[in-house]
Design a protein around this ligand. Structure first.
Ligand SMILES: Nc1nc2c(ncn2[C@@H]2O[C@H](COP(=O)(O)OP(=O)(O)O)[C@@H](O)[C@H]2O)c(=O)[nH]1
Ligand SMILES: [Mg+2]
Length: 446
């Protein structure tokens, strides 16, 4: 790889890169076809999926098919019920999941005695079809699980999160059993574990061992649930103030595993990326849909006379949704700075990608122009594998450009997000051994 040549190219203006592109390709020769194609490789799975959609050569037909695939993803709902006793931390947990701070008009009020008997929905700020339902408290003396579930219209939820802080109570088990009997999944979240740890440390400062305390809490919950006849209960220890610690990631993984298709995708997108693992999972989930966005973005280019006329607003809005999904937008970075007690400028310094630093149409156009220069080789590859694509989208070049713009931006945003998390939560130690790519001047570095 001759990455050392890149500083030279960086000094060239974009116009001169285009006009000298023979020279550019000459210098790229050591990278050459094989490497270049590898760098611009279009995933086989994407090509296979595309081929099955592009059976017809009618642009309108293909474009409406692709659009309806994306629509069905966007129409997917996720209804999450959060239940438990009053004061267990339901509203705080909901706000943490939605990334909303206390005082935000969209947030659930916390620390207040519940007075309502009806469930209250809270919409995800980025994904309006994802709703978290703050259910009435379960702690009343006359509590009856079946009656309660009917009252809250249990059928409409995809699954239940039962939250309990401090002691395990009979109501919890009763509710869990009733939820399971009604054919729904429940996940038992033992909340406020930060508080338990603090109390335990105060009680036995010399003998305090975090791992042991956590294990004791988990074992107690499991024992009690099993005693009530629940065979394989799932218990997660969580602190809503420190989602990046304890079992929150395991909770997310378990939920994702047990949901299917679109719902899994939506869940992965809706949960906050509080660990580098979550960032990677989000990235992989988003990646699967890139070809659809790229294809839609380049249908305009099939019009005669505009070989690289891409739908820039569509690309910009897709890129913006990636950015926000990884929490790289201004509001999310500020919120993370508060949660992590770090100055926001320190977190923002970790954002190194071209689009992360300058999210503008100019930057996007610049990357697309570069992609067009390299794209000839890859376009040929695409043409060979999906011949019909060539007729649809002006030599496949614009498709390749859009595909690579989205791919490389997604990768770079994910790297930015990981760097931000590492700095926010001081994960440097855990991160040793994991390599970051060099800072990227343009998409080819990715
Ligand atoms: N230390 C700690 N306190 C929490 C946590 N979650 C909630 N709380 C506090 O517990 C109290 C009740 O929380 P709230 O969300 O209103 O409970 P709800 O009645 O179940 O909705 C509030 O003072 C919260 O700040 C947590 O994870 N850790
Ligand atoms: Mg509440």
């Amino acid at each position: 790889m001759c990455w050392f040549l890149f500083p030279f190219f960086l000094q060239l203006s974009e116009e001169s890169i285009i006009s000298h592109h023979w020279l550019f390709l000459f210098f790229l020769l050591p990278l050459t076809q094989e490497n270049l194609v590898a760098a611009m490789e279009i995933q086989d799975m994407d090509l296979a999926e595309m081929t099955s959609i592009i059976k017809s050569q009618v642009i309108l037909e293909v474009s409406s098919k692709v659009q309806s695939l994306l629509d069905s993803l966007e129409m997917t709902t996720l209804e999450i019920a959060v239940t438990g006793e009053s004061g267990a931390g339901k509203s705080t947990f909901i706000n943490a999941l939605l990334g909303l701070k206390d005082g935000d008009p969209r947030a659930a009020p916390t620390g207040v005695i519940e007075t309502t008997n009806s469930p209250t929905p809270y919409h995800h700020p980025r994904l309006p079809r994802v709703r978290l339902w703050d259910l009435p408290g379960t702690g009343t003396p006359s509590f009856q699980a079946e009656h309660y579930l009917k009252q809250v219209e249990f059928e409409k939820y995809d699954f239940f999160i039962i939250l309990a802080s401090e002691r395990f109570r009979q109501n919890h088990a009763e509710l869990a059993r009733a939820v399971a009997a009604m054919g729904k999944h429940f996940y038992f979240v033992r909340s406020k574990v930060d508080q338990d740890l603090q109390a335990s440390r105060r009680r036995r400062p010399t003998r305090f061992q975090e791992v042991q305390v956590l294990r004791e809490i988990e074992d107690d919950c499991l024992r009690q649930l099993k005693k009530e006849g629940l065979d394989y209960p799932k218990v997660f220890l969580v602190s809503s103030f420190e989602l990046h610690r304890f079992d929150f990631q395991r909770l997310q993984d378990t939920l994702a595993e047990e949901l299917e298709g679109h719902k899994r995708h939506v869940l992965l997108l809706s949960f906050p990326s509080v660990t580098t693992e979550a960032v990677q999972k989000k990235k992989h989930s988003l990646r699967k849909h890139i070809w659809k966005k790229a294809l839609l973005a380049c249908f305009v280019s099939a019009l005669p006379g505009c070989p690289l006329h891409l739908n820039i607003p569509l690309l910009m809005s897709t890129l913006d949704s990636y950015r926000r999904s990884f929490g790289l937008d201004e509001a999310s970075m500020e919120a993370l700075a508060i949660t992590a007690s770090k100055p926001s400028y320190e977190l923002k310094k970790q954002v190194c990608s071209t689009l992360g630093k300058d999210f503008s149409e100019n930057s996007v156009q610049g990357i697309l122009r570069q992609a067009a220069v390299y794209g000839q080789v890859a376009a040929q590859l695409v043409k060979n594998k999906v011949p019909l694509l060539d007729n649809l989208v002006a030599g496949g070049i614009s498709f390749v450009a859009a595909y690579y713009l989205l791919h490389t931006a997604l990768d770079s945003f994910a790297q930015d997000a990981e760097r931000v998390l590492v700095r926010a939560y001081d994960l440097e130690d855990e991160f040793q051994g994991l390599t970051f790519y060099p800072p990227e001047p343009g998409f080819i570095y990715d």
